[in-house]
Design a protein around this ligand. Structure first.
Ligand code: NAI
Length: 259
């Protein structure tokens, strides 16, 4: 039996991609995944691939009332929420000059405000039960902004800023906070981000498999860490970029900005 056995884990955006993969691994660990997302039929389809105790709830992270009501319902039904995986998010890769203002706002509403809504709803239950773990899926784009990602990268930079402040504030409540920063992953995310497939073709050589990211997330649930960058090679690259931004731009700028 692992440490996750019986743990109630609420996952946002759980129908596809790394959310759905994490659900599978959690079920195999004997945890109780609670799948939430905008389409109940898609959540049930994802849940049909697992066995064991679980739940499916329609919950759009942009709807404050729905988030509050559904979290309340989950807490009443399961008695507690041990882990919150703030995973729901999307991006649209386009030039700043071409992107309508509403797009910046809408991405922020899901990727950043969504985390605020879900965390605010879950926090009182974690406080009452004496602790918990909140994991925010940010991105490499939260550390490094490249061309055609002004809107998306800003949301993920905001997620990282938020995560760091939450970590310091929530420590006193025994609530641990983690950020996960993956590089490109082969998921439906790319259909929206890059419908033409150009970006996907260029990064295919080092694109992560969703199962690998899910494995990292589940490992972090077992052995808490403040922040995980993956793959490791990108993590080293980002540190070098932070230390020598001008030099790194000269050497890798063209490669990084291929979208
Ligand atoms: P995905 O598109 O398969 O998963 C995202 C899920 O979030 C989808 O099921 C979608 O329906 C859901 N979602 C979107 N808006 C929502 C809303 N308002 N309310 C509830 N659910 C909503 O893609 P993926 O890759 O699994 O994305 C998961 C997270 O990983 C996202 O936060 C994304 O920004 C992040 N990420 C993805 C990368 C990639 O290259 N695929 C790279 C780095 C981070």
């Amino acid at each position: 039996m692992t440490v996750l056995h019986g743990k109630i884990v609420l996952i946002t955006g759980a129908a596809t991609g790394i959310g759905a993969e994490t659900v599978k691994l959690l079920a195999a660990e004997g945890a109780v995944p609670i799948l939430t997302g905008r389409r109940l039929d898609k959540l049930q389809e994802a849940a049909s691939r697992i066995s064991g105790r679980h739940g499916c709830y329609r919950m759009d992270v942009t709807d404050t009332d729905e988030v509050t009501r559904v979290v309340q319902q989950i807490a009443a039904e399961y008695g507690r929420i041990d882990i919150l995986l703030n995973n729901a998010g999307y991006g649209v890769f386009e030039l700043f000059a071409d992107a309508p203002i509403e797009r910046f706002q809408a991405m922020m509403d899901t990727n950043y405000m969504g985390i605020i809504r879900c965390t605010k709803a879950v926090l009182p239950y974690m406080q009452k039960q004496g602790g918990g773990h909140i994991i925010n899926v940010a991105s490499m784009a939260g550390k490094l902004s490249t061309s055609k990602s002004s809107g998306y990268a800003a949301t993920k930079h905001a997620v990282l800023g938020l995560t760091n402040a939450m970590r310091s504030e929530f420590a006193a409540m025994n609530i641990y906070v983690t950020a996960i920063n993956p590089g490109p992953i082969d998921t439906p995310f790319l259909h929206t981000a890059d419908p033409g497939g150009q970006y996907a073709n260029r990064v295919r050589g080092y694109m992560l498999k969703p199962a690998r990211v899910a494995e990292t997330i589940v490992n972090v649930m077992k052995r808490r860490k403040p922040e995980v960058d993956l793959p490791r090679s990108a993590s080293i690259g980002i540190r070098i970029y932070g230390l020598f931004p001008r030099l790194a731009d000269r050497i890798a700028g063209r490669w990084l900005n291929r979208k």
